[in-house]
Design a protein around this ligand. Structure first.
Ligand SMILES: Nc1nc2[nH]cc(C(=O)O)c2c(=O)[nH]1
Ligand code: SF4
Ligand SMILES: [Mg+2]
Length: 251
């Protein structure tokens, strides 16, 4: 059984287009897993981890009416067979496992991936991961693409929590991995450069993405992020789903 985020009383599985990074624009099915091992201050899926009774702080704490989440309300258990059946009726072969941090449940994902690839060998499996957990060999064998978003200081997560050198080394060496850095200000670039150089990441595998959960906030950062991409030969990525649909769940 896997713990998925719950949306309208259903497990959060939705058909959309990949809004970010290397596969931007690809029609994809998102499977949003509950739980994360980090606690980013600007996280837009904090209903996967910011549980009632925890001490984490979030940028939304200042918003009137913002409340931490009741786990029983925002989590849903689901079997492998049910996930297989829900995916089988959607004619789309690009699967994106996201969260939260999907690799938190990687032991349980092993049997799901076997079942899915048996059912449809054409499935292309992507992970949206924060790069802190090294994939198990059985997971790596069935994964096609890792979109690795190592978190910077702007996340306000302690460095020892957000940077796991062993895992970053694994992804830096994997031909399936690309790195997507969420940048909030120009000053974030020093950290990106240190990581890219320190781990020998190829610039062609690097994506800079503006931080923002509204089209206006993203647009405000587009120009200087694009200039940095030109300067360092990194790729620019926006957040297409925010531009199209706004900060909504299930899109
Ligand atoms: N359309 C769309 N693209 C995405 N790419 C990464 C997403 C994520 O939440 O991990 C995401 C998402 O939530 N929606
Ligand atoms: S790693 Fe991702 S899901 Fe986890 S807190 Fe940070 S932004 Fe949210
Ligand atoms: Mg998202």
């Amino acid at each position: 059984m896997l713990k998925l985020a719950r949306l309208n009383g259903q497990p959060e599985i939705f058909h959309s287009i990949q809004g970010e990074g290397k596969s931007i624009g690809r029609p994809s099915v998102f499977i949003r897993l509950s739980l994360c091992n980090l606690y980013c201050a600007w996280c837009d899926t904090d209903y996967t981890w910011n549980w009632e009774g925890t001490a984490f702080t979030h940028n939304n704490d200042v918003r009137p009416g913002y409340r931490k989440y009741r786990k029983e309300e925002y989590q849903q258990l689901i079997s492998n067979e049910e996930i297989r059946d829900r995916l089988a009726v959607i004619s789309c072969s690009n699967l994106i496992f996201t969260g939260g941090e999907p690799l938190v449940q990687q032991k349980d994902l092993r049997s799901l991936f076997r079942l899915l690839k048996e059912n449809n060998p054409d499935y292309h499996i992507e992970f949206e991961t924060n790069g802190t957990l090294k994939p198990l060999p059985e997971i790596d064998a069935l994964t096609d693409q890792y979109n690795v978003s190592v978190k910077l200081a702007n996340s306000k997560v302690a460095p020892e929590d957000r940077l796991n050198p062993e895992a970053i080394r694994f992804f830096a060496a994997s031909p399936k991995a690309n790195f997507k850095f969420v940048v909030d200000s120009r000053a974030d670039l020093d950290e990106v450069l240190a990581l890219v150089q320190g781990y020998g990441i190829r610039p062609e595998a690097v994506y800079l993405m503006p931080q923002g959960t509204s089209a206006a906030a993203l647009r405000e950062k587009q120009a200087w992020v694009a200039e940095l991409c030109k300067q360092y030969n990194y790729n620019y990525t926006d957040r297409l789903h925010i531009h199209i649909w706004g900060d909504k769940r299930g899109v």
